[in-house]
Design a protein around this ligand. Structure first.
Ligand SMILES: *Cc1c(COP(=O)(O)O)cnc(C)c1O
Length: 821
């Protein structure tokens, strides 16, 4: 980033400077957890969708930040410099707008409902050799993401590629002023985010505002509404338009699209010349995105024919970092998607969020860069060194020459094979390991060594979708409402630590577990936020206290026993507890008859303090039982009132679970408890289909395909007889993996290449068979037990149970693999 001093920044953003204006700035922070190397950093106190950045000034200061942009300066931070402004987000944006004006190279602005990030990444993959590109990191396309992206522009760049994303009317103009694109690219316009717009026309009009000043525009000519809107727009009517589609008036006219199992060949006509290229994808979205990229190349006057090879090497899903369990309690972050400094930065950030005793890095030659080797590896070392790795392994002939730049215990190897020859499993111990390398180095060979179990059957957990789902629920909450997330039963089967760590990193206020041991495990793994234990067994009180877990107290008996334990352990300060009210579930909780004695015990009690009072609804997911839910909520109001008035306290009040948040918004009180909803399921199906994304996918592969004749039978007990020539695929999972036996005999189905195959015959302990007679597939192909299709809800329906049970039944021997943006 270009450097500024505080005087300059303050004058650009019209702020009031308190402190030393000569201080030089070349790094921006907005999340105090991400601060590793604070030198020349400035912290913007933003109001995120969860937390007010002003609450983290102290934390940022402790991590070494001395420069802040705030609404109001603090006076208890010695030697800190402040710029006071009315609105720090607007200040950041104004800085970006000013910064942008200093550059005169082409800037591509991409918007649309889907595909923005992948088009941006693909353009980068196609063009990095020709240009020094500055682009949005990850999917930074929001009001503040775009500002951060644009602030990265430097003298040495000669092409900018930035995304712009909106979810509400009247957001785009500001993004246009920040990005100031000279070339506009419009990706697919879909139904996504339509909820805040009157109709699709309004959405299109809003998106087009990004292009108010572009010189060129790239879009799909087949979308009539878009095309019409562009022709009716005074500015866009006049400028150069670059289009693709089947129409013969398109700049890039599609002639033929031919897909086989793995590739697609696309033939086009441009300037009366035909051209064909291959891409390693077969889905419609990828085909369209490749056409957008090709059309954009034409708008840049680039000879796309020379990039035929690059098209065939386009890489899939952008920035898909894998986080995996690894041997000896280690954790592995596998990122071999991009090989550039930007993605190294992102990988380092993810690594830093993994609490482990030791940190190791495996880094290969960096391929996607046009810096000189000296500059490149110096910059890489500058990024890496502040993380204080315990060990660094460099792989590649280039990077090995710069070994001395890396401050740590460094070893270097010319190839991955050379490294593996001397690699010993037992040297890995409780580490967070980042594997960051270019494809040709085949780092997957190292990750195969480090992974715990074989990869055929896995439960994939998409942490990005988890975060997005949480934000959907957050958007239903009034700003001050706290959020507790339920991670009991191993996070509903999704794996407790990874999910809890993601929640902790995303500002969740409380976690809920069922029993003390679950909480203990999270504490030992490094989870520090408050944890409530919903069903603390008497025998676990000691563990509970030792690990600062907060019990649900549901009866006088439990309360007295717990106080006794606190006395025994001579805990001097009041210990937080959570009182559960019985209001109609008739499971656990205090009844109204208990109140008198409860109040008597708690009055002036120095051993415990009541951190919250709550209840649980029996029918939150049943609209037809609204009357009962209302009865429970009224009863709860009365109970809360009685206890808090008598004790003159105001603890956190909470009642709603996931379906409750959707159905009883008026009763958010001070906190809500989110469970199944964050995994992407809701009994309110409209809500689910519109807003939530599936988080968990149980997948396996086909072990063998056999063909049987009419009359032959399959599996134990011969409960399936072929009525025709039949193709049977055997899958390496069975009831010991959590696939209930009652799904057999034709009742359940699995997904193969987007189609359903019926489970035939009896499900065995470790295997099951499906009928694939009419379904093109081969051995080794992927199979979805549940996920996108069939969904968790489908499987629950076949089993006549609820998704909660299906999720929590997946056996622990199925490996959990985590994905993050
Ligand atoms: C499990 C649980 C929740 C979460 O319920 P969901 O339906 O999964 O949202 C909330 N509160 C309590 C007390 C729970 O035990």
């Amino acid at each position: 980033m270009k450097t500024y001093n505080l005087n300059q920044i303050s004058s650009i953003i019209n702020g009031t400077l308190i402190g030393n204006g000569d201080e030089v700035i070349d790094q921006i922070f907005f999340d105090s957890r991400m601060i590793v190397n604070p030198v020349h950093g400035i912290f913007f106190a933003l109001h995120g969708n969860q937390k007010d950045g002003h609450l983290y000034l102290q934390d940022a200061y402790q991590k070494g930040i001395r420069n802040f942009v705030v609404e109001k300066a603090l006076n208890n931070l010695p030697n800190a410099n402040f710029i006071e402004v009315k609105n720090p987000l607007m200040a950041l944006q104004n800085w970006a707008k000013n910064h942008r004006k200093q550059f005169h190279f082409p800037v591509i602005g991409i918007t649309g409902s889907n595909g923005k990030t992948i088009v941006k990444e693909w353009l980068n993959q196609l063009l990095w050799k020709k240009y020094s590109i500055v682009r949005s990191p990850k999917s930074y396309n929001s009001q503040f993401g775009t500002a951060l992206s644009v602030l990265q522009m430097e003298e040495k760049n000669d092409l900018g590629i930035f995304e712009a994303g909106i979810s509400m009317p009247n957001e785009m103009q500001n993004l246009e002023e920040i990005i100031q694109p000279t070339i506009g690219v419009l990706t697919k316009i879909g139904e996504a985010h339509l909820e805040n717009f009157k109709n699709q026309d309004e959405l299109i009009q809003e998106k087009l505002k990004l292009f108010s000043n572009v010189e060129k525009l790239v879009f799909n000519i087949e979308n009539e509404k878009v095309h019409q809107a562009i022709l009716e727009n005074d500015h866009l009517r006049k400028i150069d338009k670059y289009t693709y589609g089947y129409s013969d008036s398109a700049t890039v006219q599609i002639k033929q699209i031919l897909s086989n199992q793995t590739n697609t060949q696309i033939s086009i006509l441009h300037n009366q010349e035909t051209f064909s290229y291959l891409i390693p994808f077969t889905d419609d979205a990828s085909i369209k995105n490749s056409l957008i990229c090709l059309t954009t190349l034409i708008s840049l006057n680039i000879d796309y024919k020379q990039l035929k090879n690059e098209f065939n090497q386009l890489l899939p899903i952008e920035m898909r970092l894998e986080v995996k369990e690894a041997i000896n309690h280690s954790i592995l972050i596998n990122d071999t998607f991009n090989s550039d400094l930007n993605s190294l930065k992102i990988g380092l950030n993810v690594l830093n969020q993994q609490p482990r005793d030791k940190k190791s890095l495996v880094l290969t030659d960096i391929l996607q860069s046009n810096l000189s080797d000296e500059d490149l590896y110096q910059q890489a070392a500058d990024l890496v060194n502040p993380y204080h790795f315990d060990e660094i392994v460099l792989i590649g002939e280039k990077i090995s020459q710069f070994k001395t730049l890396f401050q740590s215990y460094v070893r270097s190897f010319n190839s991955t094979e050379e490294f593996l020859e001397q690699f010993k499993h037992q040297h890995v111990d409780n580490e967070a390991i980042l594997l960051k390398g270019a494809r040709p180095f085949k780092l997957e060979k190292i990750s195969n060594e480090l992974e715990t179990r074989s990869n055929d059957s896995v439960l994939e957990i998409n942490l990005q979708h988890l975060i997005e789902n949480i934000n959907v629920y957050r958007s239903l909450l009034k700003p001050t409402i706290k959020l507790m997330c339920m991670v009991k039963a191993n996070s509903y089967g999704a794996g407790s630590f990874e999910v809890a760590n993601t929640l902790q990193n995303n500002g969740v206020d409380f976690l809920g577990v069922a029993i003390a041991d679950e909480g203990k495990e999270l504490r030992e793994a490094g989870i520090t936020i408050p944890i409530i234990v919903m069903n603390p067994e008497q025998s676990s009180y000691s563990t509970l206290i030792d690990y600062q877990l907060e019990p649900e107290i549901y009866s006088l008996r439990v309360l007295k026993l717990f106080i006794q334990k606190l006395q025994e352990k001579q805990i001097s300060s009041p210990y937080p507890i959570h009182l559960k009210m019985e209001t109609g579930m008739n499971r656990l909780g205090f009844h109204e008859d208990d109140f008198e004695e409860l109040i008597a015990v708690l009055k002036n009690n120095s051993h415990v303090y009541i951190r919250s009072i709550f209840t649980h609804l029996a029918t939150a997911d049943m609209p037809e039982e609204q009357e009962y839910a209302t009865y429970q909520l009224n009863r709860f109001d009365n109970s809360y009132e009685a206890i808090t008035t008598a004790l003159n306290i105001q603890p956190i009040k909470h009642a709603l679970n996931s379906p409750g948040i959707v159905a009883y918004g008026a009763h958010q009180y001070d906190m809500v408890r989110l469970g199944i909803g964050m995994y992407g399921y809701s009994e309110y199906t409209d809500f689910m289909e519109k807003y939530l994304k599936p988080v968990v996918r149980f997948k396996t592969v086909i072990s063998q395909i056999s063909e049987i004749e009419k009359g032959e039978t399959v599996s134990y007990g011969r409960r399936f007889t072929a009525e025709r020539h039949t193709k049977i695929a055997t899958l390496p999972v069975g009831y010991a993996d959590g696939i209930r036996r009652s799904l057999g005999y034709g009742k359940g189905k699995v997904g193969i290449h987007g189609q359903l195959a019926t489970i035939t015959g009896t499900i065995c302990m470790d295997m099951m068979m499906v009928d694939v007679t009419d379904l093109p597939c081969k051995e080794g192909d992927e199979v979805t037990i549940f996920g996108d299709f069939p969904t968790l809800a489908d499987v629950a329906e076949w089993l006549e149970t609820i998704p909660y049970e299906v999720l929590t039944s997946v056996s622990q021997r199925i490996k959990r693999v985590y994905y993050k943006e």
